[in-house]
Design a binder for this molecule. Sequence first.
Ligand code: NAP
Length: 246
Amino acid sequence: MRLEGKNALITGAAQGIGKSVALEMAKEGANVAIADLNIESAQETALEVSASGVKSIAIKLDVSKQDDVRAAFGAFTGELGALDILVNNAGITRDTILLRMKEEDWDAVLNINLKGAFLCSKEAIKIMARQRSGKIISISSVVAFMGNPGQANYSASKAGLIGLTKTIAKEYAGRGIRANAVAPGFIRTAMTDILNDEVKNEMKKAIPLGQFGTPEDVANAIIFLASKEGDYITGQVIHVNGGMYM
Ligand code: NAP
């Protein structure tokens, strides 16, 4: 029980990596808020998570809207009190090569993936600074480090998260707040299911361990950072990619 009694808010946690993080954190004893666009699926996930015997609540949240974010953090503290862990997980893709990329494709991805993490981190830091403790973990990506054809918007947003993470780590270390990022490689979720087999086979060839990752692989790294074992780590990136980038 590495997270016993801790309270966590995970954005985009109704499915995929975020859901897996929620389930694994609950097994470690944390109370978890499932904050997602789709309140019905967030409620279903919260019900599943609470089977571990912890408190789990669903919160409707669009991370790209400041008013939504403020309301969500208000609802969180109203229900659970302290905020020990924020996972900035909500993310989208709008893939196409740069010359075909529309301004709205760029804005949508940057607004959710990067601005969303800024808005959520800001609300979290207000609470965590008063507590003089807290952990912020943002989900970046291997493409932040490698680039990827068709993902100028996504790669830029995920690289931006690294700068945001390191800056938060420096600005708020004195308040007991740790900020880190996890950079997954190719993980089997709805986000990657949409890619065709040809693309998937090419990607597999680029992974030394020869297989795609699972949401649990990412959750394990997040739980390590969130737990006491990760207390002396801040401003870092943990790569979970089967050796795809090293
Ligand atoms: P996913 O299955 O598509 O889940 C993303 C979740 O975020 C969905 O529940 C989605 O809700 C929610 N979401 C989207 N926009 C939102 C918003 N504006 N506000 C709140 N929630 C929102 O994706 P995933 O594969 O689990 O990815 C999770 C994170 O890991 C993302 O940041 C992604 O970029 C990152 N990542 C994934 C991989 C991979 O290979 N899968 C690799 C590297 C990094 P709806 O379904 O209702 O839209």
